[in-house]
Design a protein around this ligand. Structure first.
Ligand SMILES: Cc1ncc(COP(=O)(O)O)c(C=O)c1O
Length: 466
């Protein structure tokens, strides 16, 4: 029997329902109150100026009653849909009985551990250990840094240009975005970044791009001036960095290098994991077994905060509280995570993510024929990127901003990516229906055509917010 209601039944509606101007009156009031009290670090409502009231499946209702199609998914969190009833009821039951146990065992905790171990990539199932610290993805990365340093006795860390791993000192050190880091340096020492390979913009093609990365990596490892590395941290697809899909052979190449040099390979699946790419993990198809995998975002089922570091049991050499925290796995989030895995499995959502992702990319590719500034469409499963550039190859963040803004006003929520902000990123829930996918893509492609036409005619139109 299928777990919970079918995906088609869990949304507010199949199409957006937007009336009047955005933001509406109540949204305006709430945005204003927020800006009076909350820190200047608030970011998302600057691009999507609405206050939220409720969300179901792949739909969001704002404080004025407008309903949007959600192609943003809470930045890749809502894989089984907002408030998925099957997942929600288990979390509510757990909240009723017990919410906080630090790391004492409960039925829910064990169920989640077994479910997560069961879907882990490569030969990890049955051979893994799972560590919890704080609830954010960043914290799982911090745990992985400590794990790699502890097991190798080495200090150095290797990351990739444009990689994003989180906002605390260690995770930020690994990230390859200088704009996020420069005000807080020095961060961790001994961190080296190498170029992330990509098929795009490479005159000699993806194989040459991959070879360049692997050659640089080997050179770093030969360099006596670089502190001996403890590990290599890689996203299987760079999400925030611009939905950059590496050439085939990237992870197998990293695996071989990590083996040759006795360092850990840590695959950051915080954005790509839990079915987002149409497989449980972005690295699944490579066939490798990472030494450690970090998960966050969607792992807590319906947006309950949870992250974890899954690693090969031979690295479980550290002792009690080696990675500590008051919230070492929130039990309602754990049962929600277990039910979400069950829901994805039971409703064939991995295959759905592949099919829907292909559809979204096909629609964007068709649109690119009429819009020369839409220069690349890429991604895997329901992690989709569309890159915008001017004729001279310069990035067009203002076009992406204008697309996002106009989509919102028509009832579609989309997000962005890339250091330059010139990539449109789509991360809809895996429960998106065919009808929602079609309606959303009709809106998006019309908006892209309008905005790119306007930006060609009057260059500053694209960037202006109404
Ligand atoms: C690949 C990746 N790693 C780490 C993080 C950090 O996770 P969190 O924001 O939950 O701390 C993110 C967040 O976007 C991410 O995409």
């Amino acid at each position: 029997m299928a777990a919970g209601p079918p995906p088609e039944e869990i949304h507010f509606s199949q199409r957006p329902q937007v009336e009047g101007s955005i933001p509406g009156q109540r949204s305006r009031e709430l945005l204003e109150k927020q800006s009076e009290i909350e820190a200047n670090t608030v970011a998302y409502p600057r691009s999507l100026p609405i206050a939220m009231d409720a969300a179901r499946g792949a739909t969001i209702r704002d404080a004025d009653g407008n309903v949007y199609l959600d192609f943003f998914g809470g930045i890749g969190v809502a894989n089984v849909g907002h408030s998925n009833p099957y997942v929600l009821s288990a979390a509510q039951d757990q909240l009723d009985s017990l919410a906080h146990t630090i790391d004492f065992p409960t039925e829910a905790r064990i169920e989640f551990l077994e479910a997560l171990d069961g879907i882990a990539p490569g030969s990890l199932p049955g051979n893994s250990r799972i560590a919890f610290g704080g609830p954010t993805g960043t914290n799982a990365i911090e745990a992985s840094i400590k794990l790699a340093r502890y097991n190798t006795g080495n200090e150095g860390l290797i990351g990739f240009d444009r990689g994003y791993h989180g906002g605390t000192a260690g995770a930020l050190s690994l990230s390859g975005w200088s704009s996020y880091k420069s005000d807080y340096e020095p961060l961790l020492s001994g961190v080296v970044h190498v170029p992330y390979p990509t098929a795009r913009g490479q005159e000699r093609g993806p194989a040459a791009s991959l070879e360049r990365t692997l050659t640089q990596l080997r050179a770093v490892l030969r360099d006596d001036d670089t502190p001996s590395p403890a590990g290599i941290w890689a996203e299987p697809i760079q999400g925030s960095g611009g939905v950059i899909v590496p050439p085939e052979g990237f992870l197998t190449g990293l695996r071989a290098i990590a083996d040759d040099h006795d360092l850990l390979l840590i695959v950051d699946e915080i954005q790509t994991g839990m079915g987002r790419t149409g497989e449980w993990f972005g690295c699944t198809r490579s066939g490798i077994t990472p030494d450690a995998v970090t998960v966050g975002k969607a792992v807590g089922g319906i947006g309950l905060p949870l992250s974890a570091t899954i690693y090969r049991e031979e690295f479980d050499t550290w002792g009690p509280s080696a990675h500590a925290g008051t919230f070492r796995g929130h039990v309602p989030a754990m049962i929600a995570g277990a039910r979400a895995i069950e829901y994805i499995d039971s409703h064939g959502l991995l295959d759905r993510a592949q099919d829907l992702g292909s559809y979204l990319r096909e629609r964007l590719a068709e649109c690119a024929n009429a819009c020369p500034s839409l220069v690349d469409v890429r991604g895997r499963g329901l992690l989709v990127g569309a890159e915008f550039e001017a004729a001279d190859g310069s990035p067009l963040p203002s076009v992406v901003e204008a697309i996002q803004d106009r989509c919102l006003r028509r009832g579609l929520v989309v997000w962005t990516a890339g250091i330059e902000g010139h990539v449109l990123r789509l991360l809809p829930p895996l429960v998106l229906t065919d009808e929602q996918a079609r309606v959303g893509m009709d809106i998006l492609t019309e908006v892209i055509e309008d905005v790119t036409r306007a930006s060609t005619e009057t260059p500053d139109v694209a960037g202006r917010r109404s």
